[in-house]
Structure formats: C-alpha cells, structure tokens
Design a protein around this ligand. Structure first.
Ligand code: DCP
Ligand code: MG
Length: 387
C-alpha cells in the first residue's frame, strides 16, 4: 500500500558522548532524586542498578525541555521500569517516597557522612558503621580507631574541604600554580580541567594538567610541591609516581584512571588573595585604605585562609589531548565515551591514547577535536559534557 512515510523522528542517542548536556538542567527535580538512588546502588555495589540510574539521570540532563508527563518518555533510550516508576511518582506527588525513605536511612546517612571525610572510602565507612559509630564526633573521639595520614588531614580541614571551591578560588589557585610552574619550566602549560573546565561555578576540588615535553626532569613535580611548602601553602600532599607501562591499554576499569605522575594536595589559600582578585577584576581598586589613626582594635584570631583540595597531573605533550579529554569529565560522559568507543568503534580509549583493535594501531591526536574525529563523533564542547 502507499501509506505516507512517518514523520522524521529525532532519535536521542543512548550515549552521553552523542548528546549535548549543558549546566542548564531542566529536569533537576528528577535528576536530584535519581542521583541519590544511584549513589545508594553504588554504595551497595549493585552495579547494574547503578548504571541504569546513572544513565537515566544523564539522559534527562541533556533534554532541552522538562518532562511533564509520562508519555514524554516514549521513544527515549535509557529508561527502565525502575527509573520510570520514580519519575511517575515525582510527577504525581512532587517527591519520591523511595528517596525520602533513603534520606532517613541510618546506614545511608552514616555512609554519606563518613565518606564526606577526605581519605575515607566506602570500606572504612562501613567498618565504622558496623562498629556502631554514627557521628564524626564519635569517630574522632574514639581511642581505638587508627587513622591514615590522609584521614587525619580530612578531619583537620573537614569544614573547608566540604565547602565547595568557588571559581574565584580556583582561579587564585591557578595563578599560584602557574607562577611556580613557569619559574621552573617556562614552556610548560598549566590547564584547569575537571568540573571548572565544564563551566561549573563550584567544585569539590581543583584539577590541573601540566603538560611537559617528554624530556622533563622527573623531579619537576617534587620541585613544585617543595616550592608550595616553602611558601607556607602546603597543608597535605600525596605523591603518586608514574607507572611506566606506557602503552598498556588493558584496564577497562574506570577508576584506575591513568599512569601519569600526579599529586593530591591540600593547599592553604589566603582569602585576601581571592578577594583582591575579584576586586581587581571588577576594576575596583584593590588597594584598601589602612586603618591609620583609627582606635587600636583588639584583633581576634580570625582564620584568613581556606583549605582547598587540588590535583596536579603531569602529562607528556604527546598524550595531552587524551589526558585532557579524560580529566574534563563528567564521569558519566567519560563512561559513555569509553563504552561507545568499545562497542561502536571496536577501539579502546583511555587517558593516554586510542587503540584501534582491528587495525592494531594507536591513533595520535594533538587536540580533543582530533579524538572526536577519530571516533566519528561530532565535537562536544567541554561545557556540553555535563552529562
Ligand atoms: N574522572 C573519571 N573517573 C574517575 C575520576 C575522575 O573519569 N573515577 C574524570 C572525570 C572527572 C575528572 O576526572 O570529571 C575530574 O574528577 P573530579 O572527581 O574532580 O570531578 P569533577 O571535577 O568533574 O567534579 P567536582 O566539581 O566535584 O570536582
Ligand atoms: Mg574536580
């Protein structure tokens, strides 16, 4: 018969790397709920449920409209019975009872609280929960528990670290790092990556890639850290040495991130530095009049600095584009990029390179654009990777 062709359907990809996800999330009411549930599945090591909820969340973040009825989900990938049920409940009641229950759940609350300490993972959180601990005060006061150096720093700077880093703070840190790096290596390039590169105004840390020629002195990162220490800016550091199996692309685990030399730091950021930057940027004079002639005041000890989590990663120039793509995130964007590469292109992507399994070759790239081109993907800008 001569039935007319159906209207063209705009299909939305199941892969986050084929969608544009800006920070303008029109489905926050749903994604906030799904994210909490996803996190709990992750806590419970229910990988399949975690993946299902994370993918549905990510898809909703890419939609240019708000879901207002269940029929709006028809034809969309990434939704199953469980995720649909949550959305249906929120459409009807404004809230999800599953989320409400979870937020009151003793074990979930303890896991959230304990893992909010820098250096405390799920294993430790569950151990403390199992021993009957429910508050950080009780944990800290315990005579029996032993803490790692990292956890001690985590408790010491708990408030600062759990207070999101702002963009002016990230930029002030960038300035400090750049000055020190350029002092040792004038042509090294310092690049702000992670969430801030995606345009976020706040983050849990500040991530930097430092790209260096292959011939770079292996003590370079140590020198940077020493200089930070010398200037009184170093509160904590954990140096991770590079592993030298450079062309090994075996690991499909997303958490064993890469083999680059890196350092996890806590820096002491002078608050005045941040303020002055903001003032000078808005072209207001940064010079403050002194209190000359005023009554001598009793100076109370106010803390004029903030502890900031910083990651520094040393990347050889050749691998820079791959490292940048990997460290820019988001986490779900990276997961889907690797899954797409694997399943649709028969290639393997990680933070060091791209391997074509059929041709048995590594593909070079100088820019992220070239990597997307190797993968036959439209280029997605960093601020569109908030999947
Ligand atoms: N990353 C990843 N897999 C991991 C850890 C990190 O792919 N297991 C990548 C994606 C992240 C980036 O590294 O976006 C930086 O890691 P962060 O944990 O700092 O994440 P963000 O910078 O995106 O978020 P935040 O604002 O919380 O710092
Ligand atoms: Mg980050």
């Amino acid at each position: 018969s001569n039935s007319p062709l159906p209207p063209p359907v705009v299909t939305i990809s199941q892969y986050a790397c084929q969608r544009r996800s800006t920070l303008n999330n029109r489905n926050k009411i749903f994604t906030d709920a799904l994210e909490i549930l996803a996190e709990n599945f992750e806590f419970n090591e229910n990988e399949s449920a975690y993946v299902a909820f994370a993918r549905a969340t990510s898809l909703l973040k890419s939609l240019p409209y708000t879901i207002s009825k269940m029929a709006a989900l028809d034809g969309l990938p990434c939704f199953g019975d469980q995720t649909r049920a949550i959305i249906e409940e929120i459409l009807e009641d404004g809230v999800s009872s599953k989320v409400d229950d979870l937020l009151c759940d003793e074990k979930y609350k303890a896991r959230k609280l304990f893992t909010s300490v820098f250096g405390v993972g799920l294993k430790t959180a569950d151990k403390w929960y199992g021993q009957g601990f429910r508050t950080l005060e009780a944990v800290k006061a315990s005579k029996d528990l032993k803490f790692t150096k990292m956890q001690k720093a985590g408790f010491l700077y708990y408030e600062d670290i759990n207070n999101a880093v702002t963009r002016p703070e990230a930029e002030a840190v960038a300035q400090i790092i750049e000055t020190i790096v350029h002092n040792y290596a004038p042509d090294a390039i310092v690049t702000l990556t992670g969430g801030f590169r995606r345009g976020k105004e706040t983050g849990h840390d500040v991530d930097f890639l430092i790209s260096c020629p292959e011939t770079m002195d292996e003590n370079f990162l140590r020198k940077i850290v020493n200089k930070l220490d010398f200037r009184g800016l170093l509160l904590y550091y954990d140096m991770v040495e590079a592993t030298f199996e450079k062309r090994k692309l075996s690991s499909q685990k997303y958490d064993a991130m890469d083999h680059f030399q890196k350092c996890f730091l806590i820096l002491k950021l002078n608050k005045a530095l941040v303020k002055n930057r903001v003032l000078s940027m808005s072209s207001v004079s940064a010079a403050r009049p002194t209190d000359e002639g005023a009554e001598p005041e009793v100076k109370t000890q106010i803390k004029d600095w903030k502890a900031i989590r910083v990651d520094l990663v040393i990347v050889p120039t050749q691998q820079f584009a791959y490292a940048l793509l990997g460290w820019t995130g988001s986490r779900q964007f990276e997961r889907d990029l690797r899954r797409y590469t694997n399943h649709e292109k028969s290639m393997i992507l990680d933070n060091h390179g791209l391997y074509d399994r059929k041709k048995k070759i590594f593909l070079n790239a100088k820019t992220e654009e070239e990597i997307f081109a190797h993968l036959d993907l439209e280029y997605i800008e960093p601020w569109e990777r908030n999947a």
